[in-house]
Design a protein around this ligand. Structure first.
Ligand code: ADP
Ligand code: K
Ligand code: ZN
Length: 433
């Protein structure tokens, strides 16, 4: 089920040509409408004419989140406010929120790319789809909402909160698909289980999960407990919101809507482009945006590109799952640690609930890592020997994956806070002192 075969399966040469044309137009547009970019280009001795094809993109300046903050709120807007019909803000996972604006055309592109995603997941007009991302300034809710409507499925704007009621709605309204964070999907499964509602009764078939990193083990866990097939959806408010890239039936890398969002991978230190297949920082240029177009926006998300045609028939380049943001990377005793590495160990062991928290601290000038994890009810016992054995087993596995030792703290079931949106995986006490 391909929503837009013309754009999703375009021969590579033709795609590069289209991207080149769009880039040329974009550069002229921002040069004339965004003083910030005009100034940057003038400083680099760069004229719009210097950009003739997509390969010329490397000549252009980067944009960072700090640039958005410095130009708060409307400084990077290219369209006059009279043309802007919607404003959102990033959820502010890291620092102050940043403001983004959309013209009518931007909104229609957004619901187009969202419809491509949903089609790739196998959603059709016959599905009833619950949008359980937060509605509001966060792009998740409304972004997915208009995509579902554009596709022609029935949208249930459930948003987050009141999970028991939501579980009943899923069952009673014959909801077949759901968009939410992977953490919320797990929470939903937990609540349904507690209410004694079987996954078969729920009747969910498809999940669109994103807004935070998740591992293959997490996918297996959610699919198993909710009885659906879970697909990745990726996006960020600065670029458009959800719908920048999406998995197809292969569940092997997420196709980028690259006729609208041109991806590059750079070395975050040297800022040099990296060859395909190498992991680095993902950078996007919004080729068609009118409201707040961005040149070479540094996402801080770490991934790699997978060129080549996918068995699904799409030619759009894929990206591997986001390992985390460069911001999420912890440096503990000089070693790089990503929360996703811990997740994949914990979710690979049947003794633990998929609930964990990393607490990093510094004691006597030495970094410490504590991994708190919930033990599943069937494995939680008063038998100290058994618990110590479990603790050692996890410590050993973590050590082999992380190359540093972690202090494992076994927690009772239901003791780590649940999240309805993006979940907190790390408490770094070192930054508090
Ligand atoms: P904020 O930067 O405040 O969190 P957004 O709500 O726009 O703002 O979130 C975008 C970020 O969320 C992305 O840059 C990425 O780090 C993360 N994200 C979104 N979708 C995914 C996904 N499918 N996998 C991993 N991370 C994701
Ligand atoms: K307006
Ligand atoms: Zn594919």
């Amino acid at each position: 089920m391909i929503w837009n075969t013309n754009k999703e399966c375009m021969p590579r040469e033709q795609m590069r040509e289209l991207q080149g044309k769009r880039l040329q137009k974009l550069v002229v547009y921002v040069y004339h409408n965004v003083p910030f970019y005009r100034k940057k280009m003038q400083e680099m001795d760069l004229a719009p004419d210097d950009i003739r094809c997509i390969d010329d993109i490397v000549k252009l300046p980067f944009t960072t989140k700090q640039d958005l903050r410095d130009n708060y709120p409307y400084g990077l807007m290219a369209a006059p406010l009279s043309e802007v019909v919607r404003v959102h803000a990033s959820s502010g996972t890291t620092g102050n929120p940043t403001i983004v604006g959309y013209t009518r055309r931007d909104l229609s592109i957004w619901s187009e790319v969202m419809a491509r995603c949903l089609s790739a997941y196998g959603v059709t007009r016959d599905d009833t789809f619950s949008v359980s991302y937060g509605y509001g300034l966060f792009t998740g809710g409304l972004g997915a909402h208009y995509g579902v409507e554009n596709l022609g499925a029935t949208v249930i704007p459930a948003s987050t909160g009141n999970t028991e009621k939501h579980v009943r709605l899923i069952r009673d309204l014959h909801i077949t698909g759901i968009a939410c964070t992977p953490s919320y999907a797990l929470y939903l499964a937990e609540v349904a289980e507690r209410m004694g509602i079987q996954k078969g009764e729920l009747g969910l078939r498809v999940g669109a999960f994103g807004a935070e990193p998740w591992t293959e083990n997490m996918r297996r866990e959610i699919q198993e407990r909710l009885g659906l097939k879970g697909y990745n959806i990726y996006g960020l408010s600065e670029i458009i919101g959800p719908g920048v890239s999406y998995e197809c039936q292969e569940q092997n890398g997420s196709h980028i809507n690259e006729d609208h969002f041109y991806p590059e991978i750079i070395d975050p230190e040297t800022l040099q482009p990296l060859p395909a297949g190498t992991r680095g920082e993902l950078v996007f240029t919004t080729l068609t945006k009118e409201g707040m177009p961005l040149l070479r926006y540094r996402t801080k998300d770490l991934t790699s590109l997978m060129p080549g045609t996918c068995p699904c028939g799409r030619t759009n380049v894929r990206m591997t799952p986001i390992m985390g943001r460069s911001d999420d990377m912890l440096i503990i005793r000089g070693i790089n640690v990503f929360p996703s590495q811990v997740e994949s160990v914990i979710l690979g062991m049947k003794e633990f609930e998929p609930r964990y928290l990393l607490v990093v601290d510094r004691k006597k000038n030495l970094d410490t890592l504590e991994v708190q994890v919930e033990v599943r009810r069937d494995f939680f016992t008063d038998d100290i020997g058994a618990m110590l054995g479990l603790k050692k087993m996890l410590s050993d596995k973590l050590k082999s994956v992380l190359s540093i030792s972690a202090d494992v703290k076994l927690m009772e079931p239901n003791s780590i806070a649940r999240s309805e949106g993006k979940s907190t995986r790390v408490i770094d006490k070192r930054v508090l002192v």
